[in-house]
Design a protein. Structure first.
Length: 127
């Protein structure tokens, strides 16, 4: 059985990945568009070629990306490439102690505050 790609859902995925709201996409598509129409568009299995090209242009993605993106296939590729639990050790090779960085930042903040106090004290002494 051949699996069909849901183009509207793919538009939604790309829009969300790019941090664009439905209203923003509608605004970019022109005066005839609003949030409701974008919502309806994202529910369509197949989008007309000309409209799909407009949407792809606004999202700055290739039309083929919207037509062919298959989330299940992408998950399978990721799952097959990371079967050795390598994703669970993201910060394994940390080259610094986070506590030391916090102390360093705190000391820099204290130094800055002392300098401000000295500047303010010198201004007060002049008056």
């Amino acid at each position: 059985m051949e699996k069909t790609i849901h183009q509207g859902r793919n538009v939604k995925r790309f829009r969300e990945m790019l941090g664009i709201k439905q209203e923003g996409l509608a605004l970019e598509l022109g005066d005839d568009w609003n949030q409701r129409k974008i919502s309806l568009l994202e529910q369509k299995d197949v989008i007309e070629e000309e409209l799909l090209e407009q949407v792809a242009k606004v999202l700055k993605v290739p039309v083929e990306a919207i037509k062919n993106f298959d989330e299940e296939a992408a998950i399978n590729v990721i799952g097959n490439n990371y079967h050795d639990n390598s994703t669970s050790n993201v910060n394994y090779h940390c080259t610094f102690n986070p506590i030391d960085k916090i102390i360093e930042l705190y000391e820099a903040l204290v130094k800055s505050e002392k300098e401000k106090v000295q500047i303010l004290q010198s201004i007060l002494d002049k008056k």
